[in-house]
Design a binder for this molecule. Structure first.
Ligand SMILES: O=C(O)[C@H](O)CO
Length: 377
């Protein structure tokens, strides 16, 4: 077990809040300090085990901010509750690492950080899309290794997206932002699969199509499909934006990969286990023109055997939300969740979370995922 020597901010604060990793910026510390919290921050890059988290919580702890890499389950949430804790926030929008049923059972509120990752995550998904389709990493390696001896008609040919079809699985905030970027920027037709209709996305694409027609260009279209199979068959590019739960684990498996076009592009910036990674490796080995961009991995930080050897896969280390604005914003939102809970505030009912990002923040919690289950309104 690592020697736990946290960094302490505002040592005289009357409420003890533990933070399992150093977070960017200082606004989040101001928020907790203003709420009379003593902040204890775990330094270093090592991912904490459950035992280390429990040791950090100790005998008395009012609140905690945890990471998506940590298991916040009956043991860790139970330790927080037993130490007198009444507030937890994930430093993430995704919360598949939190056992929300256990939190409900313990009566512990669980916060998360939606609203500041949308464009940032969509932009990284776009970067992966083009890195994969235009073979940027392979080309870069080719240049650096001195293999470029002059322009050639067939050197590193990839796929054009303009006017083709983009398929989005999960058309929530991030999925819709990505869809709009590909539709607006590259005049792609959109198909999407989601349990819920996204009317504003559909309206947007219809209006954009009308604008294009007015300017003498073909209109773009938007279609919500009833099955993932249908989407996979027609799409030239597929981007995944669903939550991870028992219904979406291995949503993309061998059978579904085989339905995709042989030269399609697949991008995952959501959660690794949505794709059966071993099946993906086998598929990419068999289909060299099939290209993939991955920000997330099934057994993070490990990769499936063979994945790193594939030229047709671009891999980055779960950095989709890694812009300064977003990561500092996530810290402000997580701190506001905890500070608000400790001060007995209500849920934020504003349209967006920007007021939490600087200066004096609203007397509210930005987002609590199990608010109704634990009686918070
Ligand atoms: O869930 C999240 O917040 C993201 O995966 C972090 O990048």
């Amino acid at each position: 077990m690592a020697d736990i020597t946290p960094i302490v901010v505002n040592p005289e604060g009357s409420k003890r809040v533990v933070v399992t990793k150093e977070l960017p910026g200082t606004h989040w510390q101001d928020i907790l300090t203003a709420a009379d919290c003593r902040i204890e921050i775990m330094p270093g890059t090592e991912i904490l085990s459950k035992e280390e988290i429990i040791a950090l919580i100790g005998d008395q702890c009012d609140g905690a901010i945890g990471q998506l890499t940590e298991a916040w389950d009956t043991d860790t949430l139970g330790a927080l509750k037993a130490a007198g804790g009444t507030a937890y926030s994930n430093y993430a929008v995704g919360f598949n690492n939190v056992d929300v049923a256990a939190a409900n059972e313990l009566g512990l509120p669980v916060g998360n950080t939606p609203g500041v990752l949308t464009e940032t995550t969509a932009e990284l998904a776009i970067a992966l899309t083009f890195a994969a389709s235009r073979r940027i990493v392979e080309s870069d390696q080719f240049m650096r290794s001195g293999q470029f001896h002059g322009w050639l008609p067939q050197l590193f040919m990839g796929q054009l997206f303009h006017g083709k079809t983009v398929g989005i699985i999960g058309a929530g905030r991030i999925g819709a932002a990505y869809a709009r970027m590909m539709v607006e920027g590259h005049k792609m037709n959109l198909v999407y699969y989601d349990l819920y209709q996204n009317e504003s996305l559909e309206d947007y694409v219809a209006d954009y199509g009308a604008l294009l027609e007015k300017h003498g260009e073909p209109a773009v279209t938007c279609q919500r499909v009833d099955s993932i199979e249908e989407l996979l068959k027609v799409s030239d590019l597929v981007s995944l934006h669903t939550v991870l739960d028992e219904n979406t684990k291995h949503l993309i498996n061998e059978e579904r990969l085989n339905l995709m076009k042989k030269d399609a592009i697949l991008v995952n910036s959501a959660r690794g286990p949505i794709i059966d990674e071993n099946a993906l490796v086998a598929h990419c080995q068999k289909n060299p023109d099939f290209r993939v961009g991955l920000d997330v991995f099934e057994e993070e930080p490990a990769m499936a055997p063979g994945l790193a050897d594939l030229d047709n896969v671009v891999i980055v280390p779960h950095i989709a939300s890694a812009t300064v604005w977003t990561r500092e914003g996530m810290a402000s939102l997580a701190a506001s969740n905890v500070a608000g809970l400790l001060q007995g505030y209500s849920l934020w009912d504003g349209a967006d979370v920007l007021p939490f990002l600087e200066g004096d923040i609203p007397q509210a919690m930005p987002n609590i995922v199990n608010a109704s289950e634990v009686g918070i309104s």
